[in-house]
Ligand binder design. Sequence first.
Ligand code: CTP
Ligand code: MG
Length: 239
Amino acid sequence: ARIAAVIPAAGRGLRLGPGAPKALRSLNGTPMLVHAVRAMARSRAVSLVVVVAPPEGAAEVRTLLDGHALAARGTTEVIVVPGGETRQESVRLGLAALPGDVTGVLVHDAARPLVPVDTVDAVAAAVRDGAPAVVPALPVSDTVKEVGPSADGGPEPVVATLERARLRAVQTPQGFDRGTLLEAHEKVALEGEGATDDAGMVERLGVEVVVVPGHEEAFKVTRPLDLVLAEAVLARRRA
Ligand code: CTP
Ligand code: MG
């Protein structure tokens, strides 16, 4: 079994505010994408990383990655391909670049640069053990409510309160049997429907997705405050 990581890094990072594409923004002097590639390369289970770069930025990303030491052991192969308009499209383009001998795939957001290697290993181990789909997840701390549409621009009405104890906030890397993930992407593309994560597409196939423990440091850098947190986590690691 050979496991590859696909890193979608083609987003613009609109919620982070103006600047370079999110994956190329620095955390304590090192681009977020470099942190993310290292996080995957650190896992012994991962022997290949496919980086899905901003559509016009593949050459720049190749140069950037060539200029950084990515793996301590130096054995992880890195492929760079241009991405698409949506995350789903970017992942699909990354999957299309996988060599034939890859049997398992971890899909990991460049926007989760600080995921610990133990989390990556746990997801990879579950895939190795035969799970068709695995997600790392944490309990949620906020109460989550469903709202309805607002009437004439007024406040949104609450329509339901979900049972918090049963909810999980899902992170990446999400791990898959290669064939299952490809089938899920093909089906969703045919139906023309969007999905916010890869496991969600696999669920629509009727395939069971299992959960392993996530990690607080695998949080997604989405808004400006997340940059503050990420830099503080890095500083604490170096202390
Ligand atoms: N992504 C991608 N291709 C896209 C859109 C997103 O590869 N067309 C990637 C992002 O680079 C990121 C991951 O998907 O690593 C998760 O997406 P998100 O956090 O939403 O990042 P952005 O889409 O870049 O941010 P925003 O939604 O705020 O614009
Ligand atoms: Mg986005």
